[in-house]
Ligand binder design. Structure first.
Ligand SMILES: Nc1ncnc2c1ncn2[C@@H]1O[C@H](COP(=O)(O)OP(=O)(O)O)[C@@H](O)[C@H]1O
Ligand SMILES: [Mg+2]
Length: 257
């Protein structure tokens, strides 16, 4: 299953991606997390220190060739993982999209093509979760980078500009024919917040995946540079993410008794 999280900047994509990835990995599913933000910080949210992940580098662009149906990997996805994934907490394997190294460097076309090809091939692995943390722009959809996602979660805060971003992203996702597109409300402070997102979804014919409350514990964890799952494992946000994972039908293996 390939799950991508998109939405306006600051809505909580990275915090939620890291929490979903580690929760699911703890339940026994192999998880690959892709930081597809050109301003990357998924490593920190997972609990990987910046020095060790820097040594592993980014996904190089020489891994793909152009085929008529789009970019394709020139080697197996397993060898890409072995060479470029960082092994993080709970067994989550982290890949990071190529980054601009210098000012005035030009576009990120090849970095996007590489992520797209990796995502395509990761879909051929049964019984595994690939989770992609997207950047706060429509580029992953307008360029088609996220076309191989099975589920796109559009994360929103309960206010107009954030919801409008979701509406625009949903149109692009529809054009890419992503099979499941669903809206997740984050930083919900009261019933009215949640109801506003539900009403928006109904008005625009969008599926509603659920809601995650506002919690000061998330900010506190950020300030202490701790992953939320370590800082507040039994808190309201982690509990809500558990519920979300169930709602999304992530294929968690049955526990052996
Ligand atoms: N449920 C929440 N309650 C309170 N703060 C949150 C919540 N989710 C995320 N945050 C905070 O919002 C800010 C942006 O989160 P982040 O995950 O980096 O967003 P994005 O990746 O969408 O830009 C961070 O300071 C984070 O701690
Ligand atoms: Mg982010």
């Amino acid at each position: 299953m390939r799950l991508a999280l998109a939405g306006k900047g600051g809505v909580g994509k990275t915090t939620l991606s890291a929490t979903i990835a580690r929760l699911v990995a703890r339940q026994g599913l192999p998880v690959v997390a892709i930081d597809a933000d050109s301003n990357p910080n998924l490593a920190a949210a997972l609990g990987i220190d910046s020095g060790s992940v820097a040594a592993r580098g980014f996904l190089p662009s020489g891994l793909v060739s152009r085929k008529p149906h789009g970019p394709a990997l020139t080697e197996s996805v397993e060898s890409v993982l072995d060479a470029h994934a960082f092994d993080g907490p709970d067994g989550v394997r982290l890949l990071r999209m190529g980054q601009p190294e210098h000012a005035d460097e030009g576009c990120l076309c090849s970095a996007h093509a590489t992520v797209s090809a990796v995502l395509a091939d990761l879909g051929r692995r049964d019984g595994a979760l690939t989770l992609m943390d997207l950047e706060a722009s429509p580029e992953h959809l307008s360029r088609g980078t996220a076309r191989h996602a099975d589920v796109l979660v559009l994360v929103t805060e309960p206010y107009y500009r954030s919801l409008e971003t979701v509406r625009r992203l949903a149109i692009l996702a529809d054009e890419l024919q992503i099979p499941t597109v669903t809206v997740l409300a984050n930083k919900v402070r009261c019933e009215d917040d949640r109801d506003a997102v539900v009403e928006f979804c109904e008005r625009h014919d969008l599926a509603f995946a659920g809601w995650v409350p506002w919690s000061d514990a998330v900010i506190d964890a950020d300030v202490r540079r701790q992953p939320l799952l370590d800082a507040d494992p039994d808190g309201a946000v982690v509990t809500a993410v558990h519920t979300l994972v169930e709602h999304l039908d992530v294929p968690i293996p049955a526990r052996k008794s």
